[in-house]
Design a protein around this ligand. Structure first.
Ligand SMILES: NC(=O)c1ccc[n+]([C@@H]2O[C@H](COP(=O)([O-])OP(=O)(O)OC[C@H]3O[C@@H](n4cnc5c(N)ncnc54)[C@H](OP(=O)(O)O)[C@@H]3O)[C@@H](O)[C@H]2O)c1
Length: 264
């Protein structure tokens, strides 16, 4: 960590919050960020056991982590979440600031335009756009000068990867990319960097564990991918950890595809 850049007291461990860290990309990001010397707050929604596994993986590396429940779709719970974060920061790490926020939590799966109900559309909006936007606002007073925000978007935002049924999902992810660029501009005054990362198809539990349930979809995805295979969570988690780290201190306002050349 470049301590001069962040105003980080030399004795305090940097701390990152990773939402949706009970599985998949979020778990990998949490572990990879911990490998770089951060304490980690790993949030989960429905599977505390998944978050506890993430905490154990980090502790096995000699790191420190805490699991806290968070429903990203429910902004009314954000003030209480912030209080829990403040308590964890004080008790676990002796600090009152965070150095990184990774807005990763989300769900996937498509719905044909003709079948889309307003309730479905609102669910995409609440979890994939409103949640990360207002969670960042809620935690802004805790973000140290020099902190990094990484928002997880999707390769589905790009032309050439527009699968039928993804107008709701990709529409929210596209809005997140644009909003993040504007936040990079606005929060740059506080030395805070904001980037988005766009994974291609990645072997996680997304879409009701679709890759596990329907492995026959994988060869077609691999064929559409320049590097010839499905993405793995660590392909993505390592890049998120890089964006959080001081190695990326001159990168802000970018949307970085991490997709092995999917749909090139
Ligand atoms: N996998 C892909 O192919 C792919 C491609 C592009 C983008 N992405 C994006 O990558 C991100 C991570 O997804 P993943 O692939 O790692 O999926 P995953 O394995 O299903 O993990 C999703 C994570 O998000 C959490 N979560 C779900 N709904 C939530 C809510 N309402 N509030 C808080 N947390 C919630 C889950 O918590 P619980 O398990 O505790 O409920 C879990 O930790 C998502 O934003 C997704 O859109 C994934």
């Amino acid at each position: 960590m470049n301590t001069e850049q962040t105003n980080q007291p030399t004795d305090a461990l940097p701390v990152a919050i990773v939402t949706g860290a009970s599985a998949g990309i979020g778990r990998s990001a949490a572990v990879e960020i911990a490998r770089r010397g951060f304490g980690v707050i790993a949030t989960y929604h429905s599977r505390p056991e998944g978050a506890e596994d993430t905490v154990r993986l980090i502790e096995d590396l000699g790191g420190t982590a805490r699991a806290i429940r968070l429903d990203v779709g429910d902004t009314e719970t954000f003030p209480a979440f912030r209080e829990q974060v403040e308590a964890a920061l004080a008790n676990e790490w002796g600090t009152d600031r965070i150095d990184a926020l990774v807005n990763n939590a989300g769900f996937g799966g498509g719905r044909a335009f003709e079948d889309m109900r307003e309730a479905d559309f609102d669910e995409y909006y609440r979890v994939l756009l409103r949640g990360p936007y207002f969670l960042t606002q809620t935690l802004l007073p805790l973000l140290r000068r020099g902190a990094a925000v990484v928002n997880v978007s999707s390769s589905s935002v790009r032309p050439g990867e527009s699968e039928p049924g993804y107008s709701g999902y990709a529409g929210m992810k596209a809005a997140l990319v644009t909003a993040s660029r504007y936040l990079a501009r606005e929060l740059g005054e506080r030395g805070i960097r904001v980037n988005t990362i766009a994974p291609g198809p990645t072997r996680t539990r997304i879409g009701g564990d679709a890759f596990e349930k329907y492995p026959d979809i994988i060869p077609a995805i691999a064929a559409k991918t320049a590097l010839g295979r499905l993405g793995e969570p660590d392909d993505i988690g390592r890049v998120i950890a890089f964006l959080v780290s001081a190695d990326a201190q001159w990168i802000t306002g970018e949307d970085i595809q991490v997709a092995g050349g999917y749909g090139l």
